[in-house]
Design a protein around this ligand. Structure first.
Ligand code: SAH
Length: 245
């Protein structure tokens, strides 16, 4: 008898935003493969009865490669275990959940997806920045900042992105922020477009840095901005100032 796999989103951090379905499957799991992104508060509640596998620090040191994570999940399910793959936010937004489900299905494994509240919406929202707003933005685009805009083979079309009128939300974008700001302005986006960087959203040490496309690179450098952070570009960022005391 083979077991079952669950691809579970933890939400952006904090027990309050973990869904009841996520809690239920976590508490029943035989094996939990987790990343650090769900955050200390949630990771501290993983059941001691389950085999806990830290994909960031497997066996004490090495980070599991994506194919190793997938192979471990397959192996554990085939051994009859109920396996939870716990990821930050929502498993299908830049979470490689799509790749994992493909591999599991290739092996004929039953998979249930448990959606999570994505950091892309919740992290800005919790500091008063709505990703859409009737007055400021009628569309929102989620972008991975992992792609270096200076590379010709980039999967992203920065010319098109610079022309969009709505909000741009960039995940994993801290390292490439200078190149991203540069690419957007080089393609004609207004350098005065407001930008907010929210580091460690919903954690006790959350921090927000606000600027414009023209000065955000300098401000981020001066502040020592580090991942994980959500970057929001667009008029909605003005609402942060309004909400701030
Ligand atoms: N699937 C996740 C995103 C995974 S990509 C989701 O839906 O939220 C990882 C990126 O998510 C990080 O580099 C960062 O950009 C963002 N992120 C996730 N949680 C965050 C948090 N609590 N605060 C700030 N950024 C966060």
């Amino acid at each position: 008898m083979t077991g079952k796999a669950y691809l579970v989103g933890s939400g952006p951090g904090g027990l309050g935003l973990l869904t009841m379905r996520a809690r239920e499957v976590i508490d029943r799991a035989d094996v939990i493969l987790y990343d650090q992104l769900p955050g200390e508060e949630i990771l501290a509640t993983l059941p001691g009865s389950a085999e806990l596998i830290d994909c960031g620090k497997y066996g004490g040191s090495h980070t599991l490669e994506q194919h190793e994570i997938e192979a471990l999940m397959v192996e554990k399910v085939k051994a009859g275990k109920t396996v939870v793959r716990l990821k930050g936010g929502d498993p299908f937004l830049f979470g490689r959940g799509g790749e994992e489900i493909e591999v599991l299905r290739e092996h004929g494994i039953r998979v249930e997806v448990v959606p999570g509240i994505t950091s892309a919406i919740a992290v800005p929202e919790m500091v008063g920045i709505p990703v859409t707003h009737r007055k400021y933005a009628s569309q929102v685009t989620f972008i991975t900042g992992h792609e270096d805009p200076t590379k010709p083979e980039s999967a992203l079309d920065w010319e098109v992105l610079s022309r969009l009128k709505g909000t741009l939300v960039i995940l994993m974008g801290v390292k490439n922020l200078p190149a991203i700001a540069e690419a957007l302005t080089a393609h004609g986006k207004d350098p005065e477009t407001p930008v907010a960087i929210i580091e460690r959203g919903l954690r006790p040490d959350q921090r927000v840095t606000v600027g414009t496309l023209a000065d955000i690179t300098g401000k981020a450098r001066a502040a020592g901005v580090r991942p994980p952070a959500v970057i929001v570009i667009g008029g909605v960022v003005e609402l942060y100032e309004e909400f701030a005391e």
